[in-house]
Design a protein around this ligand. Structure first.
Ligand code: PHB
Length: 392
Protein backbone atom coordinates (compact mmCIF):
# COMPACT_ATOMS: atom_id res chain seq x y z
CA UNK A 1 0.00 0.00 0.00
CA UNK A 2 1.37 3.39 -0.97
CA UNK A 3 1.80 5.87 1.78
CA UNK A 4 -0.92 8.23 0.56
CA UNK A 5 -3.48 5.44 0.09
CA UNK A 6 -2.71 4.17 3.59
CA UNK A 7 -3.24 7.63 4.99
CA UNK A 8 -6.57 7.99 3.20
CA UNK A 9 -7.67 4.58 4.48
CA UNK A 10 -6.88 5.56 8.08
CA UNK A 11 -8.82 8.77 7.67
CA UNK A 12 -11.71 6.85 6.12
CA UNK A 13 -11.79 4.34 9.00
CA UNK A 14 -11.54 7.15 11.55
CA UNK A 15 -14.33 9.01 9.82
CA UNK A 16 -16.58 5.99 9.71
CA UNK A 17 -15.96 5.32 13.42
CA UNK A 18 -16.78 8.96 14.13
CA UNK A 19 -19.91 8.96 11.95
CA UNK A 20 -20.82 5.57 13.31
CA UNK A 21 -20.79 6.77 16.90
CA UNK A 22 -22.65 9.91 15.85
CA UNK A 23 -25.34 7.80 14.26
CA UNK A 24 -25.46 5.68 17.42
CA UNK A 25 -26.05 8.76 19.55
CA UNK A 26 -28.85 9.83 17.23
CA UNK A 27 -30.45 6.46 17.43
CA UNK A 28 -32.59 7.11 20.50
CA UNK A 29 -35.75 9.07 19.89
CA UNK A 30 -36.26 11.30 22.90
CA UNK A 31 -39.65 12.19 24.33
CA UNK A 32 -39.46 14.92 27.00
CA UNK A 33 -42.24 14.25 29.49
CA UNK A 34 -42.95 17.39 31.53
CA UNK A 35 -45.23 16.70 34.48
CA UNK A 36 -46.05 17.82 38.02
CA UNK A 37 -44.31 15.01 39.95
CA UNK A 38 -44.47 16.98 43.23
CA UNK A 39 -46.99 19.47 44.62
CA UNK A 40 -50.81 19.29 44.72
CA UNK A 41 -51.09 17.78 41.21
CA UNK A 42 -48.44 15.08 41.76
CA UNK A 43 -51.05 12.35 41.23
CA UNK A 44 -51.43 13.60 37.63
CA UNK A 45 -47.69 13.25 37.03
CA UNK A 46 -47.60 9.80 38.57
CA UNK A 47 -50.58 8.58 36.54
CA UNK A 48 -49.50 10.05 33.18
CA UNK A 49 -45.94 8.72 33.49
CA UNK A 50 -47.17 5.26 34.49
CA UNK A 51 -49.58 5.23 31.53
CA UNK A 52 -46.86 6.26 29.05
CA UNK A 53 -44.42 3.66 30.41
CA UNK A 54 -47.01 0.89 30.34
CA UNK A 55 -47.71 1.63 26.66
CA UNK A 56 -44.03 1.22 25.77
CA UNK A 57 -43.71 -1.92 27.94
CA UNK A 58 -46.67 -3.54 26.20
CA UNK A 59 -46.05 -2.38 22.63
CA UNK A 60 -42.26 -2.19 22.47
CA UNK A 61 -40.06 0.88 22.76
CA UNK A 62 -38.31 0.71 19.39
CA UNK A 63 -39.27 2.14 16.00
CA UNK A 64 -37.19 1.25 12.93
CA UNK A 65 -34.39 -0.02 15.19
CA UNK A 66 -34.35 3.22 17.22
CA UNK A 67 -35.24 3.18 20.91
CA UNK A 68 -37.80 5.61 22.30
CA UNK A 69 -36.44 7.15 25.49
CA UNK A 70 -38.63 9.01 28.00
CA UNK A 71 -36.90 11.97 29.65
CA UNK A 72 -39.12 12.84 32.63
CA UNK A 73 -38.89 16.31 34.22
CA UNK A 74 -40.84 17.58 37.24
CA UNK A 75 -42.26 21.08 36.72
CA UNK A 76 -43.78 21.06 40.25
CA UNK A 77 -47.02 22.41 38.72
CA UNK A 78 -45.47 25.86 38.21
CA UNK A 79 -45.69 27.53 34.77
CA UNK A 80 -42.28 29.27 34.98
CA UNK A 81 -40.66 25.91 35.64
CA UNK A 82 -42.56 24.26 32.77
CA UNK A 83 -41.24 26.91 30.42
CA UNK A 84 -37.63 26.61 31.60
CA UNK A 85 -37.71 22.81 31.52
CA UNK A 86 -39.24 22.79 28.01
CA UNK A 87 -36.43 25.08 26.82
CA UNK A 88 -33.76 22.88 28.42
CA UNK A 89 -35.24 19.71 26.95
CA UNK A 90 -35.20 21.23 23.46
CA UNK A 91 -31.81 22.94 23.58
CA UNK A 92 -29.71 20.71 25.85
CA UNK A 93 -31.36 17.28 25.75
CA UNK A 94 -32.39 17.66 22.10
CA UNK A 95 -35.71 15.91 22.57
CA UNK A 96 -37.74 15.10 19.47
CA UNK A 97 -41.16 15.40 21.13
CA UNK A 98 -42.52 17.36 24.10
CA UNK A 99 -45.32 15.67 26.06
CA UNK A 100 -47.21 15.60 29.37
CA UNK A 101 -48.60 18.95 30.68
CA UNK A 102 -50.61 18.41 33.85
CA UNK A 103 -52.47 21.72 34.10
CA UNK A 104 -53.71 24.31 31.60
CA UNK A 105 -51.34 27.17 32.61
CA UNK A 106 -48.40 24.75 32.21
CA UNK A 107 -49.45 23.71 28.69
CA UNK A 108 -49.95 27.35 27.68
CA UNK A 109 -46.48 28.24 29.01
CA UNK A 110 -44.82 25.58 26.85
CA UNK A 111 -46.80 26.17 23.64
CA UNK A 112 -44.60 29.02 22.26
CA UNK A 113 -41.50 26.87 22.76
CA UNK A 114 -43.01 23.99 20.77
CA UNK A 115 -43.93 26.43 17.99
CA UNK A 116 -40.48 28.02 17.90
CA UNK A 117 -38.59 24.71 18.04
CA UNK A 118 -41.07 23.02 15.66
CA UNK A 119 -41.48 20.09 18.05
CA UNK A 120 -44.70 18.10 18.42
CA UNK A 121 -46.30 18.84 21.79
CA UNK A 122 -48.60 16.05 22.94
CA UNK A 123 -50.94 17.29 25.67
CA UNK A 124 -51.80 14.22 27.76
CA UNK A 125 -53.61 15.87 30.71
CA UNK A 126 -54.57 19.58 30.52
CA UNK A 127 -58.12 20.12 29.29
CA UNK A 128 -59.13 23.73 28.57
CA UNK A 129 -60.64 23.99 25.10
CA UNK A 130 -58.29 26.76 23.93
CA UNK A 131 -55.01 24.85 24.45
CA UNK A 132 -54.81 23.29 20.97
CA UNK A 133 -55.14 26.75 19.43
CA UNK A 134 -52.01 28.00 21.21
CA UNK A 135 -49.65 26.12 18.83
CA UNK A 136 -50.03 24.27 15.51
CA UNK A 137 -47.66 21.65 16.97
CA UNK A 138 -50.09 20.62 19.73
CA UNK A 139 -51.98 17.33 19.56
CA UNK A 140 -54.19 16.43 22.55
CA UNK A 141 -54.98 12.96 23.91
CA UNK A 142 -56.78 14.00 27.12
CA UNK A 143 -60.16 15.74 26.74
CA UNK A 144 -61.77 19.15 27.00
CA UNK A 145 -64.03 20.36 29.81
CA UNK A 146 -66.78 21.51 27.39
CA UNK A 147 -66.60 18.05 25.73
CA UNK A 148 -67.33 16.21 28.99
CA UNK A 149 -69.63 18.79 30.65
CA UNK A 150 -72.31 18.80 27.94
CA UNK A 151 -73.45 15.27 28.86
CA UNK A 152 -74.09 15.89 32.54
CA UNK A 153 -75.81 19.23 31.85
CA UNK A 154 -78.22 17.53 29.45
CA UNK A 155 -78.77 14.58 31.78
CA UNK A 156 -79.57 16.92 34.69
CA UNK A 157 -82.17 18.87 32.70
CA UNK A 158 -83.79 15.63 31.52
CA UNK A 159 -83.83 14.01 34.97
CA UNK A 160 -85.94 16.28 37.11
CA UNK A 161 -83.28 18.82 38.10
CA UNK A 162 -84.80 22.25 37.58
CA UNK A 163 -82.46 24.50 39.56
CA UNK A 164 -78.73 23.96 39.80
CA UNK A 165 -75.78 25.78 41.34
CA UNK A 166 -72.29 25.41 39.89
CA UNK A 167 -69.05 25.27 41.87
CA UNK A 168 -65.75 25.09 39.97
CA UNK A 169 -62.07 25.70 40.54
CA UNK A 170 -61.32 29.29 39.54
CA UNK A 171 -59.07 28.93 36.50
CA UNK A 172 -59.47 28.22 32.79
CA UNK A 173 -60.84 24.64 32.82
CA UNK A 174 -63.26 25.51 35.64
CA UNK A 175 -64.49 28.52 33.70
CA UNK A 176 -64.93 26.29 30.60
CA UNK A 177 -66.96 23.81 32.70
CA UNK A 178 -69.20 26.43 34.37
CA UNK A 179 -69.88 28.19 31.06
CA UNK A 180 -70.75 24.97 29.23
CA UNK A 181 -72.92 23.73 32.10
CA UNK A 182 -74.92 26.96 32.15
CA UNK A 183 -75.35 27.09 28.36
CA UNK A 184 -76.50 23.50 27.95
CA UNK A 185 -78.58 23.26 31.16
CA UNK A 186 -80.37 26.55 30.42
CA UNK A 187 -80.99 25.61 26.77
CA UNK A 188 -82.65 22.43 28.03
CA UNK A 189 -84.98 24.29 30.40
CA UNK A 190 -82.93 24.41 33.61
CA UNK A 191 -82.00 27.43 35.70
CA UNK A 192 -78.58 28.16 37.24
CA UNK A 193 -79.25 29.83 40.60
CA UNK A 194 -75.65 30.38 41.79
CA UNK A 195 -72.21 30.31 40.12
CA UNK A 196 -69.29 29.84 42.47
CA UNK A 197 -65.56 29.73 41.78
CA UNK A 198 -63.08 28.47 44.40
CA UNK A 199 -59.35 29.40 44.32
CA UNK A 200 -56.98 26.77 42.88
CA UNK A 201 -54.42 27.16 45.68
CA UNK A 202 -55.27 25.62 49.07
CA UNK A 203 -59.01 25.57 48.38
CA UNK A 204 -61.42 25.95 51.29
CA UNK A 205 -64.75 24.84 49.89
CA UNK A 206 -66.77 25.51 53.06
CA UNK A 207 -67.87 29.13 52.46
CA UNK A 208 -68.71 28.35 48.83
CA UNK A 209 -70.73 25.28 49.82
CA UNK A 210 -72.66 27.47 52.27
CA UNK A 211 -73.52 29.91 49.48
CA UNK A 212 -74.52 27.02 47.23
CA UNK A 213 -76.81 25.64 49.95
CA UNK A 214 -78.34 29.09 50.54
CA UNK A 215 -79.42 29.22 46.87
CA UNK A 216 -81.53 26.06 47.48
CA UNK A 217 -80.79 24.27 44.21
CA UNK A 218 -81.98 20.74 43.34
CA UNK A 219 -78.38 19.89 42.44
CA UNK A 220 -74.84 21.17 42.69
CA UNK A 221 -72.66 20.79 39.58
CA UNK A 222 -68.94 20.57 40.41
CA UNK A 223 -65.57 20.59 38.64
CA UNK A 224 -62.28 20.36 40.54
CA UNK A 225 -59.04 19.22 38.88
CA UNK A 226 -57.71 15.70 39.35
CA UNK A 227 -56.21 15.29 42.82
CA UNK A 228 -58.68 17.62 44.60
CA UNK A 229 -61.80 15.40 44.65
CA UNK A 230 -61.33 13.97 48.16
CA UNK A 231 -60.92 17.38 49.82
CA UNK A 232 -64.06 18.56 48.09
CA UNK A 233 -66.04 15.43 48.95
CA UNK A 234 -65.14 15.63 52.65
CA UNK A 235 -66.32 19.23 52.88
CA UNK A 236 -69.48 18.46 50.87
CA UNK A 237 -70.25 15.71 53.39
CA UNK A 238 -69.46 17.89 56.44
CA UNK A 239 -71.70 20.75 55.31
CA UNK A 240 -74.71 18.40 55.05
CA UNK A 241 -75.78 19.39 51.53
CA UNK A 242 -76.96 15.87 50.69
CA UNK A 243 -79.17 15.84 53.80
CA UNK A 244 -80.63 19.16 52.63
CA UNK A 245 -81.75 17.35 49.47
CA UNK A 246 -79.08 18.78 47.15
CA UNK A 247 -77.81 16.20 44.66
CA UNK A 248 -74.18 16.18 43.63
CA UNK A 249 -73.47 16.03 39.88
CA UNK A 250 -70.03 16.53 38.38
CA UNK A 251 -67.47 15.97 35.68
CA UNK A 252 -65.45 12.78 36.25
CA UNK A 253 -62.54 14.87 37.54
CA UNK A 254 -64.34 14.95 40.90
CA UNK A 255 -64.97 11.19 41.14
CA UNK A 256 -61.38 10.61 39.96
CA UNK A 257 -60.53 6.88 39.93
CA UNK A 258 -57.23 7.68 41.68
CA UNK A 259 -59.13 8.83 44.79
CA UNK A 260 -62.67 7.47 44.44
CA UNK A 261 -62.31 4.35 46.55
CA UNK A 262 -61.09 6.44 49.50
CA UNK A 263 -64.08 8.82 49.37
CA UNK A 264 -66.44 6.53 51.26
CA UNK A 265 -70.22 6.29 51.12
CA UNK A 266 -70.67 10.05 50.53
CA UNK A 267 -69.66 9.45 46.91
CA UNK A 268 -72.26 6.74 46.26
CA UNK A 269 -74.91 7.90 43.79
CA UNK A 270 -72.91 10.81 42.38
CA UNK A 271 -73.67 11.07 38.65
CA UNK A 272 -70.92 12.42 36.42
CA UNK A 273 -69.99 12.50 32.76
CA UNK A 274 -66.48 11.80 31.52
CA UNK A 275 -64.45 10.01 28.87
CA UNK A 276 -62.82 7.36 31.07
CA UNK A 277 -63.82 5.05 33.90
CA UNK A 278 -61.60 2.26 35.22
CA UNK A 279 -64.85 0.25 35.29
CA UNK A 280 -65.35 0.58 31.49
CA UNK A 281 -66.39 -2.97 30.61
CA UNK A 282 -64.40 -3.52 27.37
CA UNK A 283 -61.81 -6.34 27.20
CA UNK A 284 -59.20 -3.72 26.18
CA UNK A 285 -59.85 -1.77 29.37
CA UNK A 286 -59.96 -4.81 31.63
CA UNK A 287 -56.52 -5.83 30.31
CA UNK A 288 -55.27 -2.24 30.70
CA UNK A 289 -56.45 -1.91 34.32
CA UNK A 290 -55.00 -5.28 35.27
CA UNK A 291 -51.59 -4.55 33.69
CA UNK A 292 -51.51 -1.01 35.10
CA UNK A 293 -52.26 -2.18 38.64
CA UNK A 294 -49.71 -4.99 38.36
CA UNK A 295 -46.99 -2.58 37.19
CA UNK A 296 -47.77 0.11 39.79
CA UNK A 297 -48.25 -1.60 43.14
CA UNK A 298 -52.04 -1.85 42.83
CA UNK A 299 -52.64 1.81 41.84
CA UNK A 300 -55.91 2.13 39.91
CA UNK A 301 -55.52 4.02 36.60
CA UNK A 302 -57.53 7.22 36.19
CA UNK A 303 -58.27 9.40 33.14
CA UNK A 304 -54.77 10.90 33.36
CA UNK A 305 -53.17 7.45 32.99
CA UNK A 306 -55.19 6.80 29.85
CA UNK A 307 -54.18 10.23 28.47
CA UNK A 308 -50.51 9.22 28.90
CA UNK A 309 -51.07 5.75 27.46
CA UNK A 310 -52.89 7.08 24.38
CA UNK A 311 -50.40 9.93 24.00
CA UNK A 312 -47.58 7.37 23.68
CA UNK A 313 -49.72 5.47 21.18
CA UNK A 314 -50.07 8.61 19.03
CA UNK A 315 -46.32 9.30 19.24
CA UNK A 316 -45.23 5.75 18.47
CA UNK A 317 -47.66 5.20 15.58
CA UNK A 318 -46.70 8.60 14.11
CA UNK A 319 -43.02 7.56 14.24
CA UNK A 320 -43.89 4.29 12.53
CA UNK A 321 -45.70 6.24 9.80
CA UNK A 322 -42.70 8.51 9.20
CA UNK A 323 -40.34 5.52 9.21
CA UNK A 324 -38.67 6.85 12.35
CA UNK A 325 -38.10 10.36 10.97
CA UNK A 326 -38.57 12.95 13.73
CA UNK A 327 -39.38 16.09 11.75
CA UNK A 328 -41.94 17.93 13.91
CA UNK A 329 -44.34 18.87 11.12
CA UNK A 330 -44.28 15.35 9.67
CA UNK A 331 -45.08 13.83 13.07
CA UNK A 332 -48.01 16.21 13.66
CA UNK A 333 -49.33 15.45 10.16
CA UNK A 334 -49.04 11.73 10.90
CA UNK A 335 -51.13 12.15 14.07
CA UNK A 336 -53.94 14.06 12.32
CA UNK A 337 -56.86 11.73 11.63
CA UNK A 338 -55.29 8.85 13.56
CA UNK A 339 -57.99 6.56 15.05
CA UNK A 340 -57.67 3.67 17.47
CA UNK A 341 -59.34 1.61 20.18
CA UNK A 342 -58.24 3.03 23.53
CA UNK A 343 -58.96 1.53 26.96
CA UNK A 344 -61.56 4.33 27.19
CA UNK A 345 -63.30 3.27 23.92
CA UNK A 346 -62.86 4.40 20.29
CA UNK A 347 -60.87 7.64 19.85
CA UNK A 348 -59.55 9.75 16.96
CA UNK A 349 -57.48 12.90 16.46
CA UNK A 350 -59.59 15.50 14.65
CA UNK A 351 -57.44 16.51 11.64
CA UNK A 352 -58.88 20.05 11.71
CA UNK A 353 -58.32 20.88 15.39
CA UNK A 354 -55.71 18.23 16.50
CA UNK A 355 -58.00 17.60 19.47
CA UNK A 356 -59.34 14.23 20.56
CA UNK A 357 -62.75 12.94 19.46
CA UNK A 358 -64.15 10.34 21.85
CA UNK A 359 -67.14 8.72 23.52
CA UNK A 360 -68.40 10.52 26.63
CA UNK A 361 -70.15 8.37 29.23
CA UNK A 362 -72.67 9.04 31.99
CA UNK A 363 -71.66 7.19 35.15
CA UNK A 364 -72.99 6.64 38.65
CA UNK A 365 -70.78 5.85 41.65
CA UNK A 366 -71.64 2.40 43.01
CA UNK A 367 -70.07 -0.02 45.44
CA UNK A 368 -69.13 -3.11 43.47
CA UNK A 369 -69.26 -6.78 44.44
CA UNK A 370 -65.58 -6.36 45.36
CA UNK A 371 -66.57 -3.81 48.02
CA UNK A 372 -64.85 -0.97 46.13
CA UNK A 373 -66.31 2.23 44.67
CA UNK A 374 -66.48 2.52 40.87
CA UNK A 375 -67.84 4.94 38.26
CA UNK A 376 -70.35 2.59 36.58
CA UNK A 377 -71.24 3.71 33.06
CA UNK A 378 -74.97 3.73 32.18
CA UNK A 379 -75.17 5.74 28.93
CA UNK A 380 -72.79 6.87 26.21
CA UNK A 381 -72.51 9.56 23.56
CA UNK A 382 -70.22 8.47 20.72
CA UNK A 383 -67.69 10.58 18.77
CA UNK A 384 -67.99 13.80 20.80
CA UNK A 385 -65.81 16.67 19.54
CA UNK A 386 -64.83 19.68 21.62
CA UNK A 387 -68.08 21.65 21.21
CA UNK A 388 -66.39 25.06 21.51
CA UNK A 389 -64.18 24.51 18.45
CA UNK A 390 -66.94 22.65 16.58
CA UNK A 391 -69.15 25.76 16.90
CA UNK A 392 -66.49 28.09 15.41
C1 PHB B 1 -56.26 21.51 33.59
O1 PHB B 1 -55.59 22.28 34.30
O2 PHB B 1 -56.42 21.72 32.37
C2 PHB B 1 -56.92 20.33 34.21
C3 PHB B 1 -56.26 19.64 35.22
C4 PHB B 1 -56.88 18.54 35.81
C5 PHB B 1 -58.14 18.15 35.38
C6 PHB B 1 -58.79 18.84 34.37
C7 PHB B 1 -58.19 19.93 33.78
O3 PHB B 1 -58.74 17.10 35.97
Amino acid sequence: MKRRTWHAAVVAVGLSVFLGSGAMAEETIKVGLILPMTGPSASTGRQVEAGARLYLDQHGDTVGGRKIELVVRDDTGTADVTKRVAQELVVRDKVDVLAGFGLTPLALAAAPIATQAKKPMVVMAAATSIITESSPFIVRTSFTLPQVTTGIAQWAAENGIKKAASLVTDYAPGIDAAKTFKEVFTKNGGEVVAELAVPLKNPDFAPFLQRAADARPDALFVFVPSGFGSVFMNQFKERGLAQAGIRLIATGDVTDDDLLNGMGDAAIGVVSSHHYSAAHPSPENQAFVQAFEAANGGMRPNFMAVGGYDGMHAIKVALEKTGGATDGKALVEAMKGMAWESPRGPVAIDPETRDIVQTVYLRRVERGADGKLWNVEFASMPAVKDPVKAAK
